[in-house]
Design a protein around this ligand. Structure first.
Ligand code: HEM
Length: 428
């Protein structure tokens, strides 16, 4: 495997012991059923009990308060992001065999690549997320939203909203952004789904094999696609990256270009599906706030910020210490995995008035931590918010009577980080 130390998917390192002097929680895990069902009351309680503890079930030091999360995010030399894509639990032999294919060699490029390489690569990827390119996507997102709504309105009620809308739209948007041809959308959507289960969940061995096979197929596709953009560039993100490589191969290597493309479609896919669904889950039952958005769409951007705070599609993220340090008053050794609990920080009462109330007019809703902070701050934050805004504008205009089907069970897939319903029935 090329670039051994920077392989995109690393095996999880063994479980560590609780640092001496760190309070230990013997029972809480982000995979507990009650936490998956509704993390917020429990996250609030954990924060009230203290800023830091060792979660024995998970084998991570957990921090619960915004100030400590900011401390971790803004000190990347002490708290490395090298573990953020690692499976939480060991991968079985079947999936490991699939990923041992000699041509499966994506490298860490963004979220899990340390400095100075991360900064070198990010310069080029940030350029690709320019306002100009996001602007070029707007008409596409609006057109596809209308088409998907047309199809939904022509079908039966209730409709499953994720299949009908929230899954296809973000996938197709990020594929157009990268430059993948529309003809490949169905293949690509299949390959890029379920990745959250692989790295952040607890899939069975059979599920692991199935996901690993999709990852391998998708990686092979990305390599062929990158080569096609080298031969025939277009007006897309992939062609820009290839051009940056050709202009100065030391600035961003060819393998890094392939790997950015490989990583981006996952990053830009399921979290946005969840965000769109979480917008509906937060807004539709609070009818007065939904009606206000329909009457005055200029309220939508702040409503999206409030959804990102109140019901984020990402409620945690990870780091690992590179050296001995002190965090929230506790000494922790090098090599300690850290779990930053966004769910508790986004509901911190000294930062947000009446934090458990959803309020589209909240002035400081944007001070949430859901897109991270510092050098790894989410590259797609503006794209995600643009999509959510355009989707809400279109839904408010076309289906102001939209409502959630009563009595349905809402559940999120069992994983430690991503949150959003697996099924969402709607009527109008
Ligand atoms: C609601 C949707 C999303 C959420 C909640 C989210 C959240 C995050 C978070 C928490 C991080 C880590 C930040 C840090 O370590 O400081 C991150 C990084 C990243 N995100 Fe997102 N994200 C979303 C959508 C997107 C989209 C649409 C894209 C791209 C199309 C994207 C691309 C990335 C990339 C490339 C990174 C790594 C950046 C780096 O390491 O420099 N994300 N995201």
């Amino acid at each position: 495997m090329a670039d051994e130390g920077n392989s995109y998917h690393q095996a999880p390192s063994g479980k560590v012991a609780a640092p001496a002097g760190c309070p230990v929680n013997h029972s809480w895990s982000p995979l507990n059923d009650d936490y998956l069902a509704d993390p917020y009351p429990i996250a609030n309680q954990l924060r009230e009990e203290g800023p830091i503890f060792f979660a024995e079930e998970l084998g991570y030091v957990v921090i619960t308060r915004m100030e400590d999360i900011l401390e971790v995010f803004t000190n990347p030399d002490v708290y490395a992001s090298t573990n953020v894509q690692d499976p939480v639990f060991p991968i079985g032999a079947g999936a490991a065999d699939v990923l041992a294919a000699p041509d499966f060699d994506p490298v860490a490029v963004m979220s899990n690549r340390p400095e100075p390489d991360h900064g070198r690569i990010r310069v080029h990827t940030r350029a690709g997320f320019s306002r100009r390119r996001l602007k070029t996507l707007e008409p596409y997102i609006v057109r596809r939203s209308h088409e998907l709504i047309d199809e939904m309105l022509a079908g039966p009620q209730p409709t499953e909203f994720i299949d009908a809308f929230a899954f296809p739209l973000p996938g197709e948007t990020v594929f157009r952004f990268i430059g993948f041809p529309e003809a490949d959308d169905e293949l690509l959507k299949n390959w890029c789904s379920d990745r959250k289960a692989f790295s952040w969940g607890k899939p069975t061995e059979d599920e692991q094999v199935e996901i690993a096979e999709k990852m391998l197929a998708y990686w092979r596709y990305c390599r062929e696609f990158t080569a096609s953009k080298r031969d025939e560039p277009g007006d897309d993100f992939a062609s820009e990256l290839v051009a940056a490589h050709l202009a100065n191969p030391d600035d961003i290597t060819y393998r890094e270009v392939e790997s950015v493309i490989y990583g981006l479609s996952f990053a830009g896919h399921e979290a946005v599906t969840n965000l769109i669904c979480n917008c509906l889950l937060s807004l539709l039952p609070r009818r007065d706030q939904w009606d206000q958005l329909c009457a005055d769409p200029t309220l939508i951007p702040n409503a999206v910020e409030e959804v990102v705070r109140f019901e984020s599609s990402q409620i945690s993220w990870r780091r690992v210490t590179t050296q001995a340090t002190t965090l929230a008053g506790v000494d922790i050794p090098a090599g300690t995995p850290i779990f930053m609990n966004f769910a508790s920080a986004n509901r911190q009462p000294d930062l947000f008035d009446d934090p458990d109330t959803f309020d589209i007019h909240r002035q400081n809703a944007a001070h949430n931590i859901s897109f991270g902070k510092g050098i790894h701050f989410c590259l797609g934050a503006n794209l995600a918010k643009l999509e959510a805004r355009l989707v809400l504008e279109t839904l408010c205009e076309r289906v102001p009577t939209l409502r959630l089907t009563e009595g349905q069970d809402i559940w999120s897939s069992p994983n430690i980080t991503f949150r959003g319903p697996e099924q969402l029935l709607v009527e109008w």
